[in-house]
Write a protein that binds this ligand. Structure first.
Ligand SMILES: [Zn+2]
Length: 271
């Protein structure tokens, strides 16, 4: 009994962990919700439950996508980095570091007029570099600074500062997507009896759409960065991460490392 449960667990992990199958499952849920909804839509006059719909639509957006990522690695996520890591003080790059890692050069080459600050954080719950594009701050974990050579970090900085350069496009994509999903859910919710159906549909659609948008955003930042720093540094980092993880699945927010490497390889100079 215990063995077969374990075997089932392996199968489930495989299905769940294999990205494409997970997408298909979500898509199936989305389509299913339509199957249930359409007869209702046709058969019934719409009575509005507008206030209820507003409430659950907003909750669904805010929680769905981000909570999913948080549950996936329950410890090493936003929660751990905030609640267990709040004591760690980050320090800003020194003038010397701004110069030797090419941060200043990247910002200038991208034509970014605002001041971009780069910080090193010793918070070990944070798994990788990230950028707050609202205040133009880039954070690199201390363990990355210690581990990767200078030109690799320069490539990483190109990617992160690329997020600052392309944030307008991401916001525009996001607004269109949320408007689209919201509008569709609103119509469905207004003309259907089943709030549950609409919620399922909405969650599934939001997962899919936000994943696609997030991937586009990452690819854009890869390319913007590589235009300035050359693709070698980022490729090198991705190859090292891929070698140590022994797996190469895309995530909800990032495309697969292999996909990113092959896209960046197109920018390698031909000799
Ligand atoms: Zn990124």
């Amino acid at each position: 009994m215990k063995n077969s449960l374990a075997a089932l667990g392996v199968v489930w992990d495989y299905i769940y962990g294999t990205f494409k199958i997970r997408r298909i499952l979500l898509l199936t849920v989305a389509l299913f919700s339509w199957v249930f909804t359409i007869p209702v839509l046709v058969a019934l006059p719409g009575w509005a439950r507008i206030d209820l719909i507003y409430i659950y639509v907003s909750i669904a957006y805010i929680t769905g996508f981000f909570m999913y990522g948080a549950f996936k690695h329950p410890l090493k996520t936003i929660f751990a980095s905030v609640f267990l890591g709040w004591r760690y003080k980050s320090r800003e790059f020194t003038l010397e570091e701004y110069r030797t890692y090419g941060a200043t050069e990247i910002v200038n080459s991208m034509g970014i007029k605002k001041r971009v600050r780069v910080y090193v954080t010793p918070n070990h719950w944070i798994e990788g570099p990230y950028t707050n594009a609202t205040n133009n701050r880039v954070y690199i974990p201390l363990k990355w600074m210690q581990r990767f050579p200078r030109l690799d970090i320069r490539g990483v900085l190109g990617h992160e500062i690329g997020h600052i350069k392309t944030k307008g496009k991401f916001v525009r994509d996001l607004a269109a997507a949320i408007g689209g999903i919201g509008g569709m859910s609103f119509l469905l919710g207004t003309y259907s009896v089943s709030i549950i159906t609409v919620t399922i549909f909405e969650f599934a659609l939001a997962f899919l759409v936000l994943t696609v948008l997030s991937w586009r955003n990452e690819v854009r930042a890869d390319l913007e960065g590589a235009k300035v720093t050359g693709p070698e540094g980022l490729i090198s980092v991705f190859e090292q991460l891929r070698a140590e993880d022994h797996r190469d699945d895309p995530s909800e927010t990032h495309p697969s490392l292999s996909g990113r490497i092959s896209r960046l390889s197109l920018l390698l100079p031909m000799y």
